[in-house]
Design a protein around this ligand. Structure first.
Ligand code: FAD
Length: 513
């Protein structure tokens, strides 16, 4: 018999379906406070940031979050409850105050593997432990419990995808029951309940719709999108990630479910189960690593590694990361970040990132390779920060894991295989429709020159209303030359990493130009 006051703390997991923490809280509380805390670390406007938004998040992701919160609030209201939005400088302080004020006897929240969340959880758990408050914190953001996998693997995370799959086994099934109602919300007391704020209320002025991502946040949208993807059973059965077209933007070649998985608007366990249902219905289907289930397992692989690797998000002190003497060229970095490298394929992808907050996986490959080991030889942490701020699906474990991969710092070591900023995109989109869409300044450039507009004769540039060096930049580097230089430098760095001891800062400095 439920007799106590409970608090359901939403962080990720912004959903009602397959939400073990919410299910538990609904069963055990007499009064239930469903809370989300606005965190200024991610939401406070920062006028000094390179583009509108906070220091850590661009407007697209902030808006996606607010839409997800509004949708969650609507779902909770349908169940006789509502979302209580709280604010304060530090979410853990806000929760501690609420625990005391509302005489909470049990707090429920989804387990989160990110170091920032773990630090907050420790404070909550320490207080709960000394105050006799129960804590229920299940793993439900991922298919597997990373700690379990690490334990099964003898205390270390598996370092390859194949070894991960061997160890992982079958994931937990999702909870399929739905709620008919939730316990009522108690009084606010001295904690003020807010509604989900608008962008204006967060201090972003009237941002309008222009340049915003076409992807709307929320559980309802996630489930709709999932259904649309899975209705096409043939597409699901034949899905092979490397064969997707990174330039397809009107109808992307993948599900675009990543932002929904990131915020937990969609349960990965439910997604996995739906995929298994489709597979059961078709005769033949693709398999990991290239299948859709394979994509979900990549997510698990990176989550497990990120959880079990100290300093996973940096080169220094990260045992699985090769130590490479990246160079520091602010001008080239800014050209990359702002989509002004003079290579239209690279620039169009970076503009899609700014405008939409999402790009196809192979497009991410192209720009990450270009920034690091392919052309500019700039530190992967700098590119990671740009993605972290601008992606709507930014995810600490996955983003860092993929940057380690693409820069040949970990997991993947064939640094001789470099994406061409010219021929790679051309293979998929010879007419350059993707470039024309995201870089309208090149929209009238004939297809012969669209990937290398600097080679167009002046008469053609005039006719296309695009003078290279004036309307669109000249290439900031010579790819053929820099690619060779990068290979040479990666070779030197790898030689240095071969000894038992990781190279020191001094060793790296000797290789810096
Ligand atoms: P689908 O192909 O439809 O895959 C379904 C789901 O599987 C995705 O939503 C995602 O959760 C997972 N998934 C797919 N590919 C990967 C992968 N390579 N690694 C881990 N999980 C994967 N993905 C993020 O979700 N957040 C990030 O911050 C992120 N940063 C990246 C940075 C770089 C440099 C690169 C190369 C890739 C990054 N990815 C990231 C991985 C991948 O590009 C995206 O997950 C994918 O493009 C999302 O589109 P989708 O949902 O249509 O994917």
């Amino acid at each position: 018999m439920a007799e106590m006051n409970g608090l359901m703390w939403f962080r990720k997991g912004l959903r009602v379906h397959d939400n073990p923490a919410l299910s538990h809280a609904a069963r055990s509380a007499r009064l239930l406070y469903p809370v989300f805390v606005l965190d200024p670390r991610f939401l406070r406007p920062d006028p000094s940031a390179p583009s509108p938004g906070s220091a850590r998040s661009g407007l697209n992701r902030i808006r996606f979050l607010l839409e997800s919160l509004s949708d969650l609030d609507s779902s909770l209201r349908r169940l006789g409850s509502r979302l209580l939005v709280l604010k304060g400088d530090d979410p853990a302080d806000v929760i501690l105050k609420a625990l005391k004020e509302w005489k909470i006897r049990e707090i429920c929240y989804e387990f989160d593997t990110e170091p920032y969340a773990l630090a907050q959880d420790k404070r909550i758990k320490d207080f709960a432990c000394t105050s006799g408050i129960k804590v229920f914190s299940p793993v439900s953001h991922t298919l597997f419990d990373p700690a379990e996998i690490i334990k099964k693997n003898g205390g270390k995370p598996p370092l390859t995808y194949q070894s991960f799959i061997k160890i992982a086994g079958q994931p937990q099934p999702p909870i399929l029951q739905t709620f008919s109602c939730l316990p009522p919300v108690g009084n606010a007391g001295a904690c003020e309940f807010l509604d989900v704020p608008s962008m204006e209320e967060l201090g972003y002025g009237d941002v309008g719709q222009e340049g915003f991502s076409p992807f709307r946040g929320g559980e309802s949208e996630a489930l709709k999108r999932l259904k649309e993807s899975l209705d096409d059973k043939k597409w699901v059965a034949n899905f092979e990630k490397p064969k997707g077209d990174p330039s397809a933007f009107l109808k992307p070649a993948t599900t675009v479910l990543s932002p929904y998985l990131k915020f937990g608007c969609l349960s990965s366990r439910y997604f996995y189960k739906c995929l298994q249902d489709v597979y059961a219905d078709v005769k033949k289907h693709t398999s990991p690593p290239v299948s859709l289930v394979g994509q979900l397992l990549w997510r698990e692989f990176f989550y497990t590694l990120a959880f079990g690797t100290p300093n996973f998000d940096q080169m220094k002190g990260n045992k699985i990361c090769k130590q490479i003497p990246w160079s520091n060229n602010e001008e080239l970095f800014v050209a990359w970040r702002e989509g002004r490298t003079g290579y239209p394929w690279i620039d169009a992808i970076m503009i899609q990132l700014k405008k939409w907050g999402w790009m196809h996986h192979l497009a991410r490959h192209s720009v990450a390779c270009f920034l690091t080991r392919g052309d500019l030889f700039i530190h992967w942490e700098k590119g990671r920060d740009v993605f972290e701020r601008l992606l709507i699906d930014h995810d600490w474990a996955i983003n860092n894991g993929n940057w380690l991969w693409l820069s040949c710092s970990s997991f993947f070591y064939q640094y001789n295989r470099i994406y061409s900023p010219i021929s790679f995109g051309k293979k998929y989109d010879p007419n350059g429709n993707y470039i024309r869409h995201f870089l309208p300044v090149l929209k009238d450039m004939p297809k012969e020159y669209i990937y290398e507009p600097w080679t167009a004769p002046m008469s053609i540039q005039v006719k296309a209303n695009c003078i290279i060096g004036k309307d669109y930049p000249k290439p900031v580097i010579n790819h053929d030359f820099e690619m060779k230089e990068c290979r040479r430098r990666m070779g030197e760095a790898y030689a240095l990493n071969r000894s038992a001891e990781l190279p020191s800062e001094e060793d790296l400095n000797c290789l810096r130009r």
